[in-house]
Structure formats: structure tokens, C-alpha cells
Design a protein around this ligand. Structure first.
Ligand code: AMP
Ligand code: GLY
Length: 434
């Protein structure tokens, strides 16, 4: 079987590596905007091209006799790549544009949840005018402000975080109105977690829950990033969650997939990513994404025991309910090494030297290869993943590996450490009041 992977980051390296260990021995092809050395080594052929150049990607897929395409990032989904590939007769493990809207139109996503009575939707309203928006901000008193469109998570500002007070919230929201409609929602308090599922249009196969770390610096300080690292616990439930939290989150995702099909007539295929806040009142949806998380894909895919080619085939044929999708039950810790100064003022074009990383897995992200050397681009560079029976064991493996990766790089030592995890547990005890 010929399989195409679209995207060239750490997430797509993990997707490619998981396909490369399939017993079905597929031939792998890739489209990426920069030459990811990890992906290139696992592929028969690749195209260096913008992933959103739909015409060029389809042409390459047809020429390479692709049977199934996997789309990693959100931008090609928003550009309608899944639609164009399917229309060219290629099966796609990735949602069509109409249903991928759940990620790239936050206003649509919230209205959809409300209209379909999906649980876990925070109080919100969508605005195009300043006066009623300011009145609503006053009424809620503590808010998160989001531009409706796709901003890579960068446009969201939350009170108590990036917005010091109500006036700052109003000013920021008013500024956004010039370019987009604005979603104002209740500021959710708690701990965030990620729940991802394979979806075949109807059925969902869930992956273990993961926690990402968005802040650039240790102790959750500094600006938000694409994610500095992430971990999962043995089994499927993070240490600060209880079983019922995950049961509720799963129901929210199942109801969302069913409602998407009912409302649009299109079955959602691919990976659905739920970003949840576990609050005193249970899980609330921060957002949905129409793809794997990056870094979260690097936690769960190495644990996948079911053959990934079988999973992809089940997704495109609508038969996930007949496949036993299993994960090994181990803990993982993933840590990114990013360029110094990332995300605000990153250094670029600096060499990254990977030494002995022991038992850890290595995934290349936004780097490029030249004359057999690897260089940074200004975005997250390489990730390491430790796998063990405990989070602490996985952390040691990841941290040791990071210490043998040299360059003008920065990473977060605290991700996956017992101290930080205890803080999450204590925080949730305080929020729940028990
Ligand atoms: P998003 O792009 O929607 O993932 O937002 C980026 C980050 O903003 C999330 O990961 C949360 O940490 C935070 N955030 C978004 N919406 C809310 C909300 N309603 N309440 C509190 N924090 C939020
Ligand atoms: N790790 C967050 C995301 O992929 O959106």
C-alpha cells in the first residue's frame, strides 16, 4: 500500500515512524514545506512544497499511486486538501473542510455545540459590534477573548493571564473586531488535558489522555507556545483526573461526531482532538482540533499496539468498531528542544547536534537538513520521548536524551517531574474542594 503523509513537523515524523513499523510494510510518501530529516529517511519519495498548495499535493499523490493520505496539520484541512484528494479518488484519514470547521472557526464551533446541546460548552457569545460585546464582557466579569478564525492558538487572550483586567479585555476585543468576529467566553478555571480519538465518520477509538505545557518557561511562566512538551500516565487517565472526567469527555466527543454527521451530512474522518479544562463542574471544551496535537501525537503513537495501517484502513472504510485499537498502557514524557528566544525572538539557522539519546525516541520538527547537518528554523526544533512504566521513569529517559542534544537551544526541565505533577494534583484538589 502507498501512503502519503502531509506535513513536516514532529507530529508528522511520529505518524511516519508509526507507519514505518507496520507489519503491512507500506511504501511511504511525504509532502512537506521543509526537508524534515526524520521523515525523509523513512520515505520512498517526497515533495518539498507548501502543504496548502492543494493542486500540487493532489498531483503528487496521484502520480505516486497513493491509496490513503494522512493529513497532519490544520492549514491544509482548512484549504480543502481532504476534499480535493477524495475527489481525486484517494482515501483520506482527515476531515473534509465542512467538518474540519470545528477547528478553524471558533464561532461556528461554539454555536454548533450550543445548537446541538453538546455538554461542556462554556458560556459564550459571538460579536461583530463593540457595544453589546462590552456589555457581555462586563456581565461575565472574567473572560477569554478569541478571534473566530484560525490563528494557531496565538490570538486567544485570557483574563488573569495575558489580560490584566476588564478594561484590557475590552480593548483587546475591540481591536480584534476590525479583522474578524470575536468570541467572548467564560474564563474556565482548572487543569487542561487533551483527549484524542481516531474517528471513521461514526465510531471513535480513544487514545490515552495527555497533558501539554504551553508556556515557554519552567513553572508555567512566559509566553504561550505551540507546546513545549507533554506526558501521559500509565493506563489512560492523567494523575489529576478521575475516571468519570474521562467518561464525560468521551461522551462529549462522541456526541460531537454524531452531531457533525447529522448537521452536515458528512462523516468526520481522521483524528478528533478535544482540548478540555477539568473544572469544579466537570470537563469543559476549550477547543476542538481536527488533527493530532503536536506534541501529543508523539506521546500516544509510540504506544499504539494495533497496526497503524489497519487503523487508517478502518478510518477510511468506516469500520473502526470492528478493530481492537490498543495502546501499550505505558507512561511517556515528551520534551521539545526549541531555539533560544523562542517563541518571541528565536535564533535561526543554528546547528543541532544529536548525540547519544539512549532509549529515548527522537522526532525532528521544524529543522532542515543541509550537507548532512541539521539546522533550526526559529520554531520548535526536535523532541525526545521517554517511555517507561511510570511518568518519573519516562522523564529521566527524556531528560537524559535532551542533555545530549546540543545547539543554541532551550527546553523545560520540569515537564513530567514529580514536583510539577504534584502541583497539578494539588491544584485540582483545591478546585474540586476535596
Ligand atoms: P485555544 O487556541 O482555544 O486552544 O486557546 C489557547 C489557550 O487559551 C488554551 O489552551 C487555554 O489555556 C486558554 N483558553 C482558551 N479558552 C479558554 C477559556 N474559555 N477559559 C480559560 N482559558 C482558555
Ligand atoms: N499541542 C496543541 C496543539 O497541537 O494544538
Amino acid at each position: 500500500m502507498n501512503i502519503l503523509i502531509v506535513g513536516g513537523g514532529g507530529r508528522e515524523h511520529a505518524i511516519t515512524a508509526t507507519l514505518a513499523r507496520s507489519r503491512k510494510d507500506p511504501s511511504l510518501y511525504a509532502v512537506m514545506s521543509k526537508k524534515n530529516p526524520g521523515i525523509v529517511r523513512l520515505c520512498e519519495d517526497f515533495l518539498l512544497e507548501k502543504e496548502t498548495n492543494v493542486e500540487k499535493v493532489v498531483e503528487f499523490a496521484v502520480r505516486s499511486n497513493i491509496q490513503i493520505a494522512v493529513i497532519g496539520p490544520e492549514a491544509p484541512l482548512a484549504a480543502g486538501l481532504a476534499d480535493a484528494l477524495e475527489d481525486a479518488g484517494i482515501s483520506v484519514a482527515g476531515p473534509r473542510k465542512t467538518v474540519a470547521e470545528i477547528e478553524f472557526n471558533k464561532a461556528w464551533a461554539r454555536n454548533f455545540m450550543k445548537e446541538n446541546k453538546i455538554e461542556g460548552c462554556p458560556g459564550f457569545k459571538v460579536f461583530t459590534e463593540r457595544e453589546p460585546m462590552e456589555a457581555f464582557i462586563e456581565k461575565l466579569g472574567d473572560v477569554a477573548i478569541k478571534p473566530a478564525g484560525l490563528t494557531g492558538g496565538k490570538g486567544v487572550k485570557v483574563m488573569g493571564d495575558q489580560l490584566p483586567d476588564l478594561d484590557a479585555a475590552k480593548e483587546y476585543a475591540a481591536g480584534l473586531l476590525a479583522g474578524d468576529s470575536v468570541v467572548v467566553e467564560e474564563n474556565l478555571k482548572g487543569e487542561e488535558f487533551t483527549l484524542q480519538a481516531f474517528v471513521d465518520g461514526e465510531h471513535l477509538a480513544f487514545m490515552p489522555t495527555v497533558q501539554d505545557h504551553k508556556r515557554a518557561f519552567e513553572s508555567d511562566l512566559g509566553p504561550n507556545t505551540g507546546g513545549m512538551g507533554s506526558y501521559n500516565a500509565p493506563g489512560e487517565i492523567l494523575p489529576f483526573l478521575v475516571e468519570d472526567d474521562v467518561i464525560q469527555a468521551k461522551k462529549i466527543m462522541k456526541d460531537t461526531v454524531a452531531a457533525l454527521r447529522k448537521v452536515t451530512g458528512i462523516g468526520y474522518k481522521g483524528v478528533l482532538y478535544g482540548q478540555f479544562m477539568i473544572t469544579a463542574k466537570g470537563p469543559r471544551v476549550v477547543e476542538f482540533n481536527a488533527r493530532f496535537g503536536d506534541p501529543e501525537a508523539m506521546n500516544v503513537l509510540p504506544l499504539l499496539e494495533t497496526d497503524y495501517v489497519d487503523v487508517l484502513s478502518a478510518i477510511v472504510t468506516g469500520s473502526l468498531d470492528r478493530l481492537d485499537v490498543r495502546f501499550s498502557g505505558k507512561a511517556t514524557v515528551c520534551k521539545y528542544a526549541v531555539p533560544a528566544g523562542y517563541p518571541d525572538n528565536p535564533t535561526r539557522d543554528r546547528e543541532v547536534v544529536v548525540g547519544d539519546i539512549g532509549e529515548a525516541l527522537l522526532f525532528y520538527s521544524s529543522v532542515y537538513e543541509k550537507d548532512n547537518r541539521v539546522y533550526t528554523t526559529g520554531s520548535r526544533a526536535v523532541a525526545v520521548v521517554g517511555i517507561a512504566d511510570s511518568i518519573a521513569g519516562a522523564e529521566v529517559i527524556a531528560q537524559k536524551a535532551l542533555e545530549n542534544i546540543t545547539g543554541d537551544l532551550h527546553s523545560r526541565r520540569d515537564i513530567g517531574t514529580s514536583d510539577l505533577i504534584q502541583k497539578r494534583i494539588d491544584h485540582m484538589k483545591e478546585i474540586r474542594g476535596y
